[in-house]
Design a protein around this ligand. Sequence first.
Ligand code: NAD
Length: 421
Amino acid sequence: MQSSEFSGFYKLPIGKRVAEVREFAGLSDEEAKALSAFSSLDQPTADRMIENVVGTMPLPLGIAVNFRINGIDRLVPMAIEEPSVVAAASNAAKVARIKGGFTAKAGEPVMIGQMQVLGLADAEGAAKKVLAAKARLLEIANACDPVLVKFGGGARDVEARVIATAKGKMLIIHLLVDVRDAMGANAVNTMCEALARPVEEISGGRVLLRIISNLADRRLAKASAVFAKEAIGGEEAVDAIVAAYEFAANDPYRAATHNKGVMNGIDAAAIAAGNDWRALEAGAHAYAARSGRYTSLTTYRKNSDGDLEGEIELPMAVGLVGGATKTHPAAKVCVKILGVKTAGELGEILASVGLAQNFAALRALATEGIQRGHMSLHARNIAVMAGASGELIDRVAARMVEEKKVRVDRAKEILDELRKK
Ligand code: NAD
């Protein structure tokens, strides 16, 4: 097995980084080119993907190194505009490696399709009738997608419940569909569309909405890791991280930012793999509020050895077929680099990346404060904005960080000073 552990990956020139990834993932010439072309999404492909195309919007694509998940080394491509995220994920993965890396598990890939039934005199009675016709409804749903059924997926169950609204009682029907390696939205929506007429006949009501739910709480992924105390600054740092976690667990203002950190990693890896990150975002935040109070997606505790144990659990509606995964040339290469064969494996990696990202942020916040690491990268961007180039970028950035004045006006002054010298 190739190792994902690299020290000083960031110091290599881009060409050498690409060569390392190429070697790791066994990429062909063409694949390496698609990965490193700074605009690998060609015009005809982009024009087919969405409407009114005028161009592409490139994001930096970085590689998070050091990940070991369920005993397998992985390189994780991440597409993101925010500095520090890739470095933080790589650092966290390095710490997790000491105790064996991440353990992750994706559950069955079951998505929920919803149908909203209106105009019922007896909504509870209609619910019973729909449930009694379950076998017929499942048969109709499965007839929509013989390919999914062939791959071992398909509609599995029907559930019904009545909700009270300002417009009266409504019957809400859930169709549970095993979508295998798809994200599943198109597959589930098509089934719900096909069930509208039969549900109307059975219930005597009128079906209004029929659409997938992004609260994919039947399709959860979990990941956990032990972060060795020696690698994070001793038991004091472990205690500080646990205290920082408790803040998020008990305060929604903090939890929102805490979970934003989780999604920094998950979104970036999902975008690189051509997945629908809005669906992941919606699912994650809705799941974080499932108790009625918005809380942390991760949990932390100090174990009996004094090390830090972290865990994450969240909905994971990701796919390897459909969407952009099979059309975007760079996404296809990223999936190859990840080395995943099933959507479940992709979900396990994303959950691990989310935990890694969250751990890195908590550690920085609870120990040195987030700005130090963040600021040095940010300062380089500010230096470029002020007109610095070449080696002047680092010199201007270093001065601003030292002075704790990371601003364009100050960058210009330092730049003038250095140029005069
Ligand atoms: P899709 O319909 O393109 O592909 C899924 C289909 O591929 C299945 O229905 C099946 O017929 C076939 N297939 C072949 N091999 C398979 C395998 N091994 N496992 C499972 N299916 C296999 O894609 P999708 O995943 O149904 O839909 C995803 C897209 O829907 C995303 O691009 C998403 O952005 C979009 N979308 C999302 C929402 C939402 O999240 N609310 C709503 C509408 C659309």
